[in-house]
Design a protein around this ligand. Structure first.
Ligand code: ATP
Ligand code: ATP
Ligand code: CA
Length: 215
């Protein structure tokens, strides 16, 4: 199982750490503030009080051996940037860093962050997408212009096969899976027929997905 280190236990970091621990992953939680460390200590594997910009302290803890690190230090951009740099220098395979804005994000990418997240911005986009499209159940952004969405089958699809619907030709989207009750068909065939209450998991460019939503 992958081992995770979460640095900065604000609302975001705490939520990431607790969710992983709840799924039985090994989680090392770090914060410069002793109280934050106390608060989470019962819920994660290890909780340590230290300043993550102190390379020696992170080295001594063996942080370099972790598979994934999440830098969730917020306001202190300086500490956020230094910590990201140190984690890559220590050899952490996958470093996910939280950025305040796109300039900050670009710096993190240049320093070697493998993934940059903008929690407030990303959640805002997600919620707005849900609000305007009732049939969309979830929305995952892959790259700036591509997403995977879960969409309820529309009445026009009922009883028709994927071949017949030819969503790929019409909209340029691919149906990667179909959820039917508790079952999920992860490799739907051309002859698979859509039923009422099916949920399609569809991948495509955001523009194509917009068109599909109107279908
Ligand atoms: P959120 O929105 O997720 O609640 P935030 O964006 O407001 O958080 P902060 O509260 O500024 O972010 O930072 C998150 C946590 O990072 C805080 O608990 C803070 O103590 C911790 N932190 C800040 N600097 C360091 C550091 N150098 N080393 C370790 N932890 C740090
Ligand atoms: P985020 O984490 O999303 O960047 P935040 O959680 O730090 O934001 P604030 O910056 O405190 O939240 O507030 C968000 C916005 O709400 C601000 O632009 C602020 O001006 C506005 N705001 C705060 N109080 C009021 C109010 N009473 N009426 C209208 N707008 C308000
Ligand atoms: Ca915040």
């Amino acid at each position: 199982m992958k081992q995770f280190v979460i640095i900065g236990l604000g609302r975001f970091g705490t939520s990431v750490a607790k969710t992983l621990a709840y799924k039985y992953y090994d989680v090392l939680a770090i914060d410069i503030n002793e109280e934050k460390v106390q608060e989470i200590s019962d819920e994660v594997t290890h909780a340590v009080n230290l300043d993550a910009t102190n390379k020696k302290a992170l080295t001594n803890l063996g942080v370099g051996n972790f598979d994934v690190a999440v830098v969730s230090i917020g306001e202190d951009v300086h500490a956020n940037i230094l910590t990201t740099l140190i984690l890559k220098e220590l050899g952490v395979e996958e470093v996910v860093a939280k950025a305040q804005d796109s300039l900050h994000g670009r710096i993190l990418t240049k320093l070697g962050a493998d993934r940059v997240v903008y929690p407030e911005h990303d959640m805002g986009t997600r919620i707005a997408n849900h609000l305007v499209s009732a049939q969309i159940l979830d929305y995952i952004e892959l790259a700036p212009n591509y997403s995977v969405i879960e969409i309820k089958a529309s009445s026009k699809m009922y009883g028709r096969s994927l071949l017949d619907l030819s969503l790929r030709t019409k909209f340029g989207v691919n149906v990667v899976a179909i959820k039917r009750g508790k079952k999920i068909d992860v490799s739907p065939q051309a002859e698979t027929k859509i039923e009422e209450k099916d949920t399609l998991i569809v991948i495509g460019s955001n523009d194509s997905l917009e068109e599909l939503k109107k279908f």
